[in-house]
Design a protein around this ligand. Structure first.
Ligand SMILES: NC(=O)c1ccc[n+]([C@@H]2O[C@H](COP(=O)([O-])OP(=O)(O)OC[C@H]3O[C@@H](n4cnc5c(N)ncnc54)[C@H](O)[C@@H]3O)[C@@H](O)[C@H]2O)c1
Length: 434
């Protein structure tokens, strides 16, 4: 099939590339000229495991191309995906301006019937607005379908190629049949394609993220209680997760959730409640998360005192989670800002996010080229993102490099008894002597 994907960010680029991987001819469109120039040279501007190889392979096979020209891309495509950003607006609502502008531009470029599929996360009812905007801009027939995206950054290609489910929202039978055909290679192991009305499809995306964020805030709240009463969240998590009604996934305590989706989607869901529904649970999820992002620095100040001038902190992990370079709303940002404000010097290392971190912090922090180099002369090490390479380090080497052997582990990746046995002062989340 001939497809166009508008927006080549984490979602659009992955979707377009994976559709090409299953044999379709895909044109990816973006307004960002630098991004399109880089992609046209086979350079992928984001880090996502497996993506660059797949982009290059499909470009070589001439199934995947990149352009800033929307009109020809739309003209030759039967299906047009919208995957542009929906950033948070000042009132907490998701800003759908780019989605609607794209819908209008697509409508104006149409040369016959098109199926327009929205993948961006949008407030419930936006698909109806897309339909209205398009109807006002074209005389050609079209169908609009909601197709929320559930991929996880860090495993986006894997998730797209083998989704737990595909959700299609809309009532145009022909368009639904076409999309089922398109997705068929991705659901060969029997995972379902769920067809529903467009509002339920839009809500499914928010409900999924709200549930995931709730799980995290729930466990973080219980972790705080564990610290207070002398229980161990690791033991509690295992015991709780074995209940089949609860399950073991996504119940790890930590330094708070971040990223381009959970924070903005929770605020958007609260905003959707408007004046009628206060959404108290969602507000609590957000409050707990805001408090959790401060916890690591509170522990640092409890140990070193409120003034941190003259102190040097090594930081391992900056991206909002492992296996991505995405720094959007990363918990590392408020942690580093608080440490800097208290006068500390930061020596940070991240396997992939150093460039993105550089855009945010400039020369206010020092960037170590390797993880051990961040430790040189440090008063303490803070672990904010649980990259695999931090899990089994050489602790003697760590101790030798640091000024004092103190670790603040925001992701509970070490065994407290083991690291304390090696002479470290060790703080983590929700465990005895936190
Ligand atoms: N990142 C994720 O993990 C994820 C997962 C599921 C859903 N989503 C949702 O998918 C959407 C896209 O997210 P993302 O992370 O890929 O965003 P992104 O910011 O990485 O990418 C958006 C892209 O759209 C482009 N764009 C903006 N306006 C445009 C226009 N008028 N025409 C063409 N291109 C335009 C931007 O230049 C950018 O390259 C959002 O609604 C997001 O909430 C994201």
């Amino acid at each position: 099939m001939n497809l166009a994907v508008i927006g080549t960010g984490y979602v659009g680029l992955v979707a377009g590339t994976c559709f090409a991987e299953s044999g379709n001819d895909v044109v990816c469109v973006d307004i960002d000229e630098a991004k399109i120039a880089a992609l046209s040279n086979g350079q992928v501007p984001i880090y996502e495991p497996g993506l660059e190889e797949m982009v290059r392979r499909n470009m070589e096979e001439q199934r995947l191309s990149f352009t800033t020209e929307l009109r020809p891309a739309v003209e030759k495509s039967a299906i047009v995906f919208i995957a542009v950003g929906t950033p948070q607006g000042p009132d907490g609502k998701a800003n759908v301006e780019h989605v609607l502008a794209t819908a209008k531009a697509v409508a104006q470029a149409m040369n016959g019937r098109k199926v327009v599929v929205n993948k961006s996360t949008v407030p419930v009812g936006t698909l109806d607005k897309i339909r209205d905007v398009m109807a006002a801009a074209t005389r050609h027939p079209f169908a609009v379908i909601s197709n929320p995206e559930f991929l996880k950054e860090g495993a986006a290609v894997e998730d797209f190629m083998k989704p737990d489910r595909v959700v299609l929202g809309g009532d145009d039978a022909e368009a639904i049949a076409l999309l089922k055909e398109l997705y068929e290679p991705f659901v060969r192991t029997g995972n379902p394609i769920l067809v529903m009305d467009n509002r339920s499809a839009e809500m499914s995306k928010y409900a999924a993220n709200a549930m995931l964020a709730t799980k995290i805030s729930f466990m973080n709240e219980i972790a705080g209680l564990c610290e207070k009463v002398g229980a161990d969240i690791g033991e509690v998590r295992r015991a709780v997760g074995l209940d089949r009604r609860i399950g073991p996934h996504f119940i790890f305590p930590g330094a708070g959730y971040g990223g381009s989706c959970f924070p903005k989607d929770i605020r958007a869901i609260i905003a959707m409640g408007d004046k009628d529904l206060k959404m108290p649970l969602m507000r609590a999820v957000e409050d707990v998360n805001e408090a959790q992002k401060k916890l690591l620095v509170e522990k640092v100040k409890r140990h070193f005192g409120a003034k941190l001038s003259g102190r040097t902190f090594a930081v391992w992990g900056l991206s909002f989670k492992p296996r991505t370079d995405d720094m959007r709303d990363a918990p590392s940002i408020p942690v580093l800002e608080s440490l800097l404000q208290a006068g500390a010097r930061i020596q940070a290392y991240d396997p992939e996010a150093m460039n993105e971190a550089g855009k945010l912090f400039g020369d206010r922090i020092h960037y170590a080229p390797r993880n051990y180099e961040a430790l040189r002369g440090a008063d303490a090490l803070l672990i904010i993102t649980e990259w695999n390479e931090f899990r089994r380090p050489n602790f003697s080497r760590i101790k030798e490099l640091m000024k004092s052997p103190v670790i603040f582990d925001g992701r509970n990746i070490y065994d407290p008894a083991e690291v304390r046995g090696m002479g470290f002062t060790y703080y983590s989340i929700g465990r005895k002597d936190g």
